[in-house]
Design a protein around this ligand. Structure first.
Ligand code: GDP
Ligand code: IMO
Ligand code: MG
Length: 423
């Protein structure tokens, strides 16, 4: 079998968690390939809402294997909390959750460096989730990092101490004082490593490739979104990993020739948490309505998400970078009572119109909109594609024609059951 990849085509929070959960029954293995606890993936079923940060969104299906891949960075304290909340629900993830030995560890000092660097940036700050993501990936690339396999190495303490010293030297030099009790922080961190060690630590690249060889179906779960990618997002207002389909190859050790469907998740409007350019952002009543009706507050930090209209220029760019084969449209139901709905079809830059997402993208970009009539109907009550209102189907057809790829699933609410899979 080929590896299928599911990822966000915008700035994150497109509804990846919900859709992975919906698709899990069709797969044998779900594997996260990048990011870390900056992610917040929400799942809802049987009246329970659950937010996952590090653990793949297939975990609620006890007969499916879940893998945290080598491309992920793990904060053991966050991981321990996630495990505890699953266990509280009666779920025992020890049997079906495996961790790559090559995944990197987030240290408490990584979080402090994150905060220090953001503070230094002042007005130019990225708006990081401050989970230590950037500094952990920096150490990985600089070949200073600690990996999951290091926890059981005989010289772990020495290596930890060496990196800890490097970090504290930097923090002291910059006069950064963490506002936490160091003794408690480090005791908690070391204790949490024991939770990690309850799980099977694996060479996930061997296992994933074996599953594929054995004709098992594997779904790679992305975090963040294409426009937050370290190479292709609106740099420097991005995260520190490759969130795009290529990231699934490096983050799991699967060759490009072994990849199959690339399922791109698209929210029917756009949101962005943190700073950086956002051409279709709305600062008016409509933006407020999207935030309120869409409950657009961060699943990880609780910050209000910036909201705006769907941006086809950015979407087409994302589809190209990922080679997306299909889309899943989420949250159109949030606009059920809108009279009109807009889609950005081009950008105007210096009096010229373009359909390209510029490298130098900034706040000067003026979006060109096409207006659609609202469908004024409750989508979440509809269970068959054919029964969806014509105005909504026209909106879908327009997106498909413009992007050249189909919308294979329409999500009409946050619950697992509020999903229309097109035949
Ligand atoms: P992720 O990071 O991509 O997994 O997305 P988040 O979980 O951060 O944010 C998506 C939010 O929208 C969550 O609160 C979901 O429960 C919710 N959601 C997902 N799909 C839909 C949908 O189709 N309609 C509505 N109303 N909510 C949705
Ligand atoms: P999921 O997987 C939305 C944003 C942050 C910030 C930038 C860098 O839930 O879609 P970082 O913590 O990586 O240093 O932050 O990226 N960001 C996200 N925005 N959803 C996410 O994940 C995000 N993860 C990071 O807000 O702007
Ligand atoms: Mg999220």
């Amino acid at each position: 079998m080929k590896l299928d990849i599911l990822l966000g085509l915008q700035w994150g929070d497109e509804g990846k968690g919900k859709i992975v959960d919906v698709l899990t029954p069709h797969y044998d293995v779900i594997a996260r390939f990048q990011g870390g606890p900056n992610a917040g993936h929400t799942l809802e079923f049987n009246g329970i809402k659950h937010v996952l940060h590090t653990i793949p969104s297939g975990i609620f299906h006890s007969d499916k294997i879940n893998i945290i891949g080598n491309g992920v960075v793990i904060d053991p304290v966050v991981f321990q909390k996630e495990i505890a909340s699953l266990e509280k629900l009666g779920i025992n993830p020890v049997e079906n959750l495996f961790i790559s030995k090559k995944a990197h560890l987030i240290l408490p000092t990584h979080k402090w460096i994150d905060a220090m660097l953001e503070e230094q940036k002042g007005e130019q700050k990225i708006g990081s989730t401050l989970k230590g993501i950037g500094p952990t990936y920096t150490d990985k690339v600089a070949r200073n990092g600690l990996r999951i396999c290091d926890i059981i190495a005989s010289d772990f303490l020495e290596r930890f101490t060496a990196i800890y010293k490097k970090h504290t030297d930097l923090l002291i030099k910059n006069a950064f004082k963490p506002n936490e009790d160091l003794e408690i922080v480090f005791k908690t961190w070391f204790d949490s490593l024991q939770t990690v060690l309850r799980f099977k630590l694996i060479d996930s690249e061997y296992e994933v490739n074996r599953y594929l060889r054995e004709e098992k179906k594997v779904l790679a779960e992305g975090a963040q979104g294409t426009l937050l990618d370290i190479d292709f997002g609106s740099y420097p207002f991005v995260t520190s990993s490759n969130t795009v389909a290529a990231g699934a190859c490096t983050g799991l050790g699967v060759a490009p020739s072994q990849t199959g469907r690339v399922i791109g998740i698209v929210k029917a409007y756009c949101t962005r948490v943190g700073n950086g350019p956002f051409p279709t952002e709305l600062f008016d009543e409509t933006g407020e309505q999207l935030r309120k009706q869409g409950h657009e507050f961060g699943a990880t930090t609780g910050r209000p998400r910036r909201c705006g209209w769907l941006d086809l220029v950015a979407l087409k760019y994302s589809i190209m970078i990922n080679g997306a084969t299909e889309m899943v449209l989420t949250k159109a139901d949030v606009m059920d009572n809108f009279d009109t709905i807009k889609i950005c079809t081009a950008y105007q830059i210096d009096d010229k119109t373009t359909d390209r997402f510029p490298t130098e993208i900034n706040d000067e970009v003026i979006p060109v909109f096409k207006e659609f009539k609202g469908w004024k109907q409750n989508l979440s009550e509809i269970k068959e594609y054919e029964k969806l209102p014509d105005a909504f189907k026209e909106y879908i057809t327009f997106i498909e024609q413009e992007t050249g790829i189909p919308i294979s699933i329409v999500s009409t609410g946050s619950d697992r059951s509020e999903t229309i899979i097109r035949a």
